[in-house]
Design a protein around this ligand. Structure first.
Ligand SMILES: Cc1cc2nc3c(=O)[nH]c(=O)nc-3n(C[C@H](O)[C@H](O)[C@H](O)COP(=O)(O)OP(=O)(O)OC[C@H]3O[C@@H](n4cnc5c(N)ncnc54)[C@H](O)[C@@H]3O)c2cc1C
Length: 409
């Protein structure tokens, strides 16, 4: 029997891409979102291995404008670089933080607008959980019960859909982020362009007797239409079990801590932090993760995608890419169910078998990357990385890179 309704919970990148995929393939869907407005999110994201999958959801025609509509600098000009604390480049890769293949750096808000094209989202619907009934799965919300053939939890790391079935198993890592989004002038931005036009990571100095380093990440969020102002985000991050264990709980304390940490870096990175207006909001956050649980059982009626299924640290820049891969893998199976080639339960089982294994691998690899960048680069590793970077000047696809940077998809 054809599917009569797929209910998507959460209109983040995963939920919206799934809505696009189902719309493209003629499957009836409904998408609900708890927030009431288009939230502005103060950071940008790298889209790389998911681009080919996103095309399956959006269609080739819409994808033609993705760079112009979503990229932080409105251009096909992206690079990720790492820099030592003295300002000497360590590694630079054009096009993708994974070092393999093409990518773009997307502004979150504009990516959301791009994914929203043609999709009607029911806003202000806060899901509290799901229940199984003889009539099918039911979503409990502040606006009443909603029934569907299939419910897909795309409601992020703290997914209410997932929690109502298997409880809350989100884990804190030891990595802390202290960040600010602020405007800088085009002249100030020009000093970063020699490292990267879009985003760079500065490795902190590894001091004798210390087990960890502070890193400083710089990322363009957006450029004003007249190109005179550039909105950027800086993020200081460290392992709180190794260094800076006592973290202040006031804005003034956080600003002083950020300034103290920034003294260990060279310009222009140092001034980016030190010249931050004290009235800006200093955000403190713990990096969390959710490891997919093989015991998950949505009884062939309820499933999960994106961060609800597998939430990983941002240190490989892959969470959103895996979310989009999820929705295509799930979408392909739902299309077969819709066409009567298999049952819905079989479709969900095939999807979950692959997504849980892949998700676990990605969560583990992202945690390993988060831990290793905060242990600090030793001198020999720095030399090896510089040698690889030299080779990357000639090719963007060195086969042996996968030994250092294993694929998770
Ligand atoms: C600093 C940072 C940098 C990152 N950089 C990258 C990167 O470069 N590349 C990359 O691939 N990934 C990156 N990620 C990860 C990426 O942001 C996530 O993997 C991605 O946002 C997951 O999308 P999602 O739709 O699954 O979840 P979310 O983006 O969390 O969206 C979930 C949606 O569900 C809604 N919702 C939540 N609860 C409910 C409820 N109860 N009822 C209804 N709706 C609900 C939320 O309001 C939200 O709209 C980064 C993450 C961070 C924090």
């Amino acid at each position: 029997m054809p599917l009569s309704s797929v209910l998507i919970v959460g209109a983040g990148p995963a939920g919206l891409s799934l809505a696009q995929y189902l719309k493209t393939h003629g499957i009836p869907y409904r998408i609900v979102e708890k927030s009431n407005d288009d939230r502005l999110q103060g950071y940008s994201v790298s889209l790389h291995f998911a681009l080919e999958y996103l095309a399956k959801a959006m269609g080739e025609e819409k994808m033609k404008s993705i760079v112009e509509k979503t990229s932080v600098n409105y251009r096909d000009e992206t690079a990720f670089s790492t820099v030592d604390h003295l300002g000497q480049p360590v590694m630079k890769s054009n096009g993708s933080p994974t070092l393999v293949g093409y990518g773009i750096r997307a502004n979150r808000s504009r990516l959301r607008t791009f994914l929203l094209d043609g999709i009607d989202v029911e806003m202000g619907v806060d899901a509290t959980g799901v229940v199984f009934t003889d009539q099918g799965p039911v979503l409990k919300t502040n606006k009443g019960d909603m029934v569907a053939d299939v419910i897909v939890g795309a409601d992020g790391i703290r997914s209410a859909v997932r929690t109502s079935i298997i409880g809350n198993t989100v884990e804190d890592t030891n990595i802390v982020n202290l960040s600010v989004s602020r405007d800088i002038s085009a002249e100030e931005h020009a000093k970063f362009i020699k490292y990267s036009p879009t985003h760079s990571l500065m490795h902190g100095e590894k001091k004798d007797g210390q087990n960890g380093v502070v890193n400083l990440f710089y990322s363009v969020n957006d450029i004003s239409p007249d190109k005179k102002r550039v909105n950027v985000r800086w993020i200081l991050s460290w392992d709180k079990t190794a260094i800076y264990k006592d973290i202040p709980d006031t804005q003034d304390g956080l600003r002083k801590l950020a300034n103290e940490m920034a003294e260990g870096f060279a310009d222009p990175f140092k001034s980016l932090v030190l010249n931050t207006d004290p009235s800006e909001k200093y955000w403190l956050g713990m990096i969390c993760q959710y490891m997919p649980d093989p015991a998950w059982n949505g009884k062939g009626q309820i499933t999960l995608v994106g961060d609800a299924m597998h939430a990983m640290t941002p240190y490989r820049g892959e969470g959103l890419n895996h979310a989009i891969l999820d929705i295509v893998r799930l979408g392909e199976q739902l299309v077969k169910a819709h066409q009567g080639e298999q049952t819905t339960a079989e479709a969900i089982a095939i999807y979950e078998e692959e997504a849980i294994v892949r998700g676990r691998k990605a969560v583990e690899a992202s945690l390993e990357m988060a831990n290793s960048v905060h242990r600090g680069l030793t001198w020999p590793l720095m030399m090896v990385t510089r040698a690889i970077s030299f080779m990357l000047n000639f090719t963007q696809n060195i086969p042996f890179m996968e030994l250092f940077f294993p694929k998770t998809h």
